[in-house]
Design a protein around this ligand. Structure first.
Ligand code: GAP
Length: 488
């Protein structure tokens, strides 16, 4: 049975083997920002590739998009983020550390997601007996206050015409803003989806827990547009599709579950939401959100239709979003630019949206945790990552058994040939047993070793990471043998 993984084991392996480093480490590090090293970037790229393949390339009803991170500020007014994307916090008067109020509740889990700010503000908060998690002082908190989570930046060199922009807190809004463009330039018909992978930024109050919650992270999101009334069917479809994606890539079923959101937990835009949760080894409450699947109704497209009509007001108020009211009057939304005309049914409507929203970094962490294993082999500890081959940073390692007798040349040639097909790694240093162990720890599914017999009969050994079994394969069959094993 697989060993229970601790987050510390993963953090230490990631650092030791070049998966993930602390950002700006040579300057003492930058809190909650991480860099992906040589193995980490391959893993993360493979997660994105697997997501893109399943979300876009294997489907006829989803197209891709890659939007800019910086968008017109009115986007965030319309989406509700400018006014509502905040956490309710209180500051300890003794140590000045700010804490999210929901993390001060009894039995609070530090890794829960954001609570709707209106819901949080409406609740009663008695902080007189609350303990500061940072300095341990009791009842020293200020009055609760909202803390905005979007990062601000300035665009433009001139003082007069520079404007305040926001680093996007979700990739979704770029998709809504391009809904019309995609509709007008492709042959998509409802129901269809638009998918995007990209960076998002949130000035999170609580981070910690390695790459689980960071201030800069990547999201993989689909906005799936459908006819109102069919939304519940598509919600179910995406729930199952996304759950199965994790299972197909090797996550063990006992570590994955759904959690329906209570009505008071729903984000301001959602009619229903379910989280795919993974049993992360985070200490305080193991089950945590890996991905959210939300029924966003027609909220966003309606809001953007209102938003684009407030452009004049935005100029008049010199870009001050707090002075702008979105026009709420009941004009005919169905005829607005973000509505859809259904040719067959001869009717116009604003589509509903089902949104599966995954975190790329959080998925990479789940895949690392789930793949991590330790076992004893002939009295020695073996650490390994049992990655699904599609996710493994290196697919095949090639070794000459010894560094003489022409074996390095043969192994080098084999490696160069295989590189055209898979990510490969050549290693000739140290005892072959140690080289196997290093590849086990990197999650490499197969090692190919060239030995004395190779020169006699053109065969090599192929060692399987998980079973450690070795088989001899002729060099002219090697590519098809590996291909079949890796694509199984
Ligand atoms: N567009 C909907 C949306 O952004 P969300 O639940 O806030 O929904 C979706 O985020 C996913 O993005 C989460 O399930 C998580 O995997 C990832 N995510 C959110 N905030 C994150 C953070 N601070 N660090 C890492 N991943 C994060």
């Amino acid at each position: 049975m697989a060993k229970m993984t601790k987050l510390d084991d993963i953090v230490s392996l990631c650092k030791r083997r070049g998966f993930i480093f602390q950002s700006s480490e040579i300057y003492g590090g930058l809190a909650s920002c991480y860099d992906y090293g040589p193995l980490g970037v391959e893993l993360k790229n493979n997660v994105k590739k697997a997501w893109w393949k399943s979300a876009v390339q294997m489907r006829d009803d989803v197209v891709g998009l890659d939007c800019s991170i910086l968008m017109h500020p009115l986007v965030w007014k319309s989406s509700g983020h400018a006014d509502k994307f905040a956490d309710l916090i209180a500051e300890c008067k003794k140590c000045n550390v700010r804490t999210r109020l929901d993390h001060l509740q009894d039995h609070a889990e530090e890794h829960t997601e954001h609570i709707d700010i209106d819901v949080a503000m409406a609740a009663e908060h008695d902080l007189s007996k609350k303990v500061c998690p940072s300095c341990g002082k009791v009842g020293q908190f200020t009055e609760p206050m909202p803390f905005k989570l979007m990062f601000e930046t300035q665009m433009g060199a001139n003082v007069d015409d520079s404007m305040t922009l926001y680093l996007r807190p979700e990739t979704a809004q770029g998709i809504f803003a391009n809904f019309r463009n995609v509709l007008d330039t492709t042959r998509v018909k409802i129901p269809f989806g638009i998918a995007q992978i990209g960076k998002s930024f949130r000035n999170e109050v609580t981070t910690k827990a390695f790459i689980f919650r960071t201030r800069e992270f990547e999201q993989a999101e689909i906005e799936f547009f459908c006819e109102p009334g069919t939304d519940e069917k598509w919600f179910e479809h995406w729930k199952q599709a996304r759950f199965n994606w994790y299972l197909e890539l090797g996550i063990r079923k006992e570590n994955l579950r759904f959690r329906e959101h209570e009505s008071d937990e729903l984000a301001h835009y959602a009619k229903a939401c379910v989280d795919v949760e993974y049993k992360f080894p985070l200490g305080s409450g193991d089950w945590q959100e890996l991905e959210g699947i939300a029924n966003r109704t027609d909220y966003d497209l309606r809001q953007h239709q209102r938003g684009i009509r407030t452009l004049n007001s935005w100029f008049e108020n010199k870009g001050d979003l707090s002075k702008i009211d979105l026009k709420q009057e009941a004009d005919d939304y169905e005829k607005g630019p973000l509505s859809y005309f259904d040719d067959e049914q001869k009717k116009r409507y604003i589509p509903y949206v089902i949104e599966p929203s995954a975190g790329v970094d959080r998925s990479a962490l789940a895949f690392l945790v789930d793949a991590y294993d330790e076992e004893e082999v002939r009295g020695e500890k073996r650490n390994l990552l049992r990655f699904n081959p599609a996710l493994a940073p290196v697919k095949v390692a090639v070794f000459p058994l010894v560094r003489k007798d022409g074996l390095p040349d043969i192994a080098g040639k084999i490696c160069d040939d295989l590189k055209k097909h898979f990510t490969c790694f050549y290693d000739e240093k140290g005892a072959v047993g140690r080289r196997y162990r290093r590849q086990d720890e990197a999650g490499t599914p197969f090692c190919v070793t060239v030995d004395g017999q190779t020169k006699e009969d053109s065969t090599v050994t192929v060692r399987d990471r998980d079973s450690m079994e070795q088989v001899r394969v002729s060099t002219d069959q090697l590519l098809s043998h590996l291909r079949q094993k890796l694509e199984d």
